[in-house]
Design a protein around this ligand. Sequence first.
Ligand code: AMP
Ligand code: MG
Length: 407
Amino acid sequence: MLSFDAARQQFLLNAAALAPAKETLPLVQLQGRVLAESVAATINVPPQDNSAMDGIAFKFSDYPADGIFPISQKIFAGMAAAALKTQTAVRLFTGSIIPEGADTVVLQEDCEFILNDKDELVSVKVLDMPKKGQHIRLAGEDIVKGAEVVAAATVLMPAHIGLLASVGIAEASVYQRLRVALLATGDELVAVGGTLQSGQIYNSNLPMLTAQLQSLGCEVDARHVDDDLALIVENLEQMAADADVVLTIGGVSVGDADWVKTAIEQLGSVQLWKVAMKPGKPVSLGEIKNKAGRVVPLIGLPGNPVSAFATFQLFALPFLQRRMGQHLPENKDECLYPIQLERPRQPKREEFVRVQLVVKNGVPVLKPYAHQGSGVLSSVAWATGFARIPADKPTENGDEVRYYVFT
Ligand code: AMP
Ligand code: MG
C-alpha cells in the first residue's frame, strides 16, 4: 500500500502532465476562473496624484504665517484642473486631482472657510500646521505602469477582478472549464425524490460531489448505475467521450459487486490502488482510453460518504486544481495545531479525523467530532477540516498535528 504522501505526489504528477486549453473572457465572467497569462498594467493606478480627503490643497512652501490662503480654484473629483497659482489654495474633495504645483492637503475639518457677502468661498484659514505631502494619494501608489497586476495561475476572486478593472482590463485569457464525469455505482442507491425500499439508501455522494465540482467551476456530467460490469463499462465509455477527467464513486473495494476496477482495466489501466489511510483506503488513480483514442484520467473514489468526501478533498481536489492550471502553494497543508484527545491515539493507518478548528482560551485547537465512522456524513458537515494523525507514533492530547482545511 502506498503512503498518503506518495499517493498525493503521484496524483499531482499525473495532473501536471496535462495542459488545459485557454479561452478569452470578458471581466464579468472571470469570477473563479484560472488566469492563463499574467496581466501587466498599462497605466498607473491612481493615474494622477489625488486627494485622499475633502479639504484644500496648496504648496507647502507657500504656507503663510497667518495660515490664510486665497482660494483660486474649486476642483471636484473627475474634473481636470489648472496649475496652482502661487500663494493660493484650491478647494477640493476626495478623489479630486492635485493641481500641478500643490503638494499638501488639509482636511476641511481643520479649515475655517471665509465667504464673501454672496456666500462665495474666497479664502481659507488653516487651523492646524500641516505636514508636507499629507493626505495625497500619489500616482502609481497602488499599481505602477508596467507592473504585474495578477500572476498567471491565480484563481480570480472579486478583489482580482476589481484590480483588473482598475487598470482598465476588459477581458483576460483563462483556462477552459474542466469537464468532469462523475459516475456513482451501487444497486442500493436511490436518487432523491424516490422512495426507499428495504435495503436501499439515498445517493448522497452524487449531489455532494456534484456541488463540490460546481463550486470548483467544473462542468459536471453526473450519473448513477447499478453494480453491473457491462453498464459501468458502457457509461464510462460514453462519459469519457467528452470528459477531461472521470471520477467514479464506490465499487472499488473487493466485494462481490465491486466492478469498477475491472471496468477500468477493460478500458485502460489502474496506476494506483489503495492508500494507507483511514478513511479512504480504496482510492484509485488510473486512465481509460475513449473511442477516439484520447486518454482520460480516472479517479476512483470509495463509496462510503466520508471516504468519498475525504479522498475527493485530499486527492481529487488538488488533482483537478492543478489540471485546471491553478498554482498550488507548496505549504498550503502545513498548518499545525494542537489536537484535543481524550486518550492517546496511534492508528494502524494514518487517520484523517474530522475536526473543528476552534479557539479555546485564545488558542487555536482542533476538536474531533465524537463519531468518526466512515458512513457518518454528519461529521463532515460539522467539521471545518481534517486533522492528520500519524501512524508511526502515538499522538497525545495537546500534540500538534497537521490540519487540512476543507475547500
Ligand atoms: P462501495 O465502495 O461501493 O463498497 O460502498 C461502500 C459503502 O458506501 C456502502 O455502504 C454503500 O452503500 C455506500 N455508498 C456507496 N456509494 C454511495 C453513494 N453514492 N451515496 C451514499 N452511499 C454510498
Ligand atoms: Mg457499492
